[in-house]
Design a protein around this ligand. Structure first.
Ligand code: ADP
Ligand code: MG
Length: 259
């Protein structure tokens, strides 16, 4: 692909300076159980935010609320200027702009890698097939597995499948990427290749909200690390402060356990 075309494909990154996501006083319950408690969070365009905390603290729920995979009951969530309510059109609008990568890659097993990457652009965005394939090959190249395009997910390693999942999200040209423990289901030797892809994305200016316990990644790219416990944001600081001078006992305890 000509360089100028590649540059055009990549040039959609949102300009820095504006608010990408704002959560104001967000509360959520599963039945009687309160899973999110008064969450206030502002993500600026271009921010790289890492969310960590014990299992069950509400990290997945928090990020799933941002693309309305979960509904919050109180407070407001505004994504790129659009407030999430029951308005399905607005939910669709937000989902088109927000990419999500899960712990278990969630690729379609009966589709090839290329088809996994072209499906949403063709059906949701009505991108013509040839163009969708060109974009898909561009992003498969970016995650360094263009040669796997015609294979099926089961023929790839876990690390490769997760890189496909990232490429598939990028094909929708998201303005924000959500990652929910993208490396925690991988064999140790495959963690690095996925983290390298994420670091590259971060360095290119993608707005990212990543639930991960990969503290090396947090140190390397995060603008801010958020620590959650029992549904609350307990602490929120740049990695330099977060790791060397944690403010809360709960954060200190958590860091002791994982580092
Ligand atoms: P984390 O990602 O930090 O491990 P989660 O956001 O997945 O935490 O879950 C937070 C809490 O909410 C956990 O106690 C979990 O059992 C509970 N929970 C998550 N999803 C549901 C659900 N769909 N229904 C009921 N409880 C849930
Ligand atoms: Mg989780």
């Amino acid at each position: 692909m000509a360089d100028s075309h590649a540059a055009r494909i990549d040039s959609d990154a949102a300009p820095a300076g504006d608010v990408a996501v704002e959560m104001i006083g967000v509360n959520k319950w599963f039945g009687e159980f309160q899973v999110l408690k008064n969450i206030d969070l502002k993500v600026m365009k271009g921010d790289r935010i890492v969310v960590c905390g014990p299992s069950g603290s509400g990290k997945s729920t928090l990020i799933r609320c941002i693309n309305r995979l979960e509904e919050h009951q109180k407070g407001s969530i505004i994504v790129d200027g659009v407030e999430l309510t029951n308005d399905v059109k607005k939910i669709d609008e937000v989902r088109r702009e927000v990419g999500m990568v899960f712990q278990h890659f969630n690729l379609f097993p009966h589709l090839t890698i290329l088809e996994n990457c072209t499906l949403s652009p063709m059906w949701v965005k009505k991108v013509p097939k040839a163009e969708a394939e060109e974009i898909a090959m561009h992003f498969l190249g970016k995650v360094k597995i263009p040669e796997q395009a015609h294979k099926f997910p089961a023929q790839l390693s876990g690390g490769q499948q997760q890189r496909v999942a990232i490429a598939r999200s990028l094909c929708m040209r998201p303005r924000l990427m959500l990652f929910d423990e993208p490396t925690s289901a991988l064999d140790p030797e495959m963690v690095k290749e996925v983290l390298d892809t994420m670091v590259e994305l971060a360095e290119e200016g993608m707005t990212m909200l990543c639930v991960t316990h990969e503290m090396g990644f947090a140190r390397q790219v995060a603008d801010k690390v958020i620590f959650m416990d029992y549904g609350e944001i307990v602490e929120e600081n740049p990695p330099s402060v977060f790791f060397s001078n944690p403010q809360h006992e709960r954060t200190k305890l958590f860091l002791k356990q994982i580092i």
